[in-house]
Design a protein around this ligand. Structure first.
Ligand code: S3P
Length: 190
């Protein structure tokens, strides 16, 4: 298959998928980035990785942004980025775990898309985050009790924001991505 044909095929496929954005929300380590990549691979949807864009714009890691400018600055960067995404469609947006905590962020996401909440058990989260050091809120707190407690505090906001909920424990990224597409189409009445 020629590269041009492949590109056209991918763009046709992604054109027909959704005329809105899909925002993936959920706790740190719930699989948002991995599932975004799977959606990109399978359906050629473009991915916006919020943390990555904010880190690049500020030319430093998320931990360094927290240390240098403080959390409030980072939270404003998230809101600014969501406002920029308003003009796009058919994108997968992998949100930082704290994004749905601000009501204005949820309003912005609802304006241009659907919100998919990826759920995972604290034990699964710990397994996924234990070797990473770019999550300032979990540094020195990598244990199930802490994660379960923070998750419980955040749960009402995640649930209230969600148009679609997907349990991720024990499922492959591709199974999760199929489930998202199926549920999104169902909610569109297709
Ligand atoms: C955060 C989650 C992180 C990152 C920052 C704060 C949070 O993103 O935005 O460390 O408040 O839950 P991931 O959910 O991608 O780890």
């Amino acid at each position: 298959m020629s590269q041009l044909y492949e590109m056209r095929k991918q763009s046709e496929m992604s054109d027909v998928l959704f005329d809105y954005n899909i925002f993936l929300i959920g706790f740190m380590g719930s699989g948002k980035s991995t599932v975004s990549l799977a959606l990109h691979d399978k359906y050629a949807m473009e991915v916006v990785e919020m943390d990555q864009i904010i880190a690049k714009k500020n030319n430093m890691s998320i931990s360094a942004i927290f240390e240098t400018y403080g959390e409030a600055y980072f939270r404003n960067e998230e809101t600014n980025l969501l406002a920029d995404i308003q003009s796009k469609k058919n994108m997968i947006v992998s949100c930082g775990g704290g994004v749905p905590m601000r009501d204005v962020n949820v309003e912005l996401m609802k304006k241009s898309g659907k919100i998919v909440f990826l759920k995972a058990k604290p034990e699964t989260i710990l397994e996924r985050v234990k070797d990473s050091h770019d999550r300032p809120l979990l540094e020195n707190h990598k244990n199930v009790e802490y994660i379960a407690d923070l998750m419980e505090q955040r749960r009402p906001k995640y649930e209230a924001a969600a148009d679609i909920v997907v349990e991720t424990d024990g499922k492959s990224a591709y199974d999760i991505c199929e489930e998202i597409i199926k549920k999104a189409k169902e909610s569109d009445g297709k």
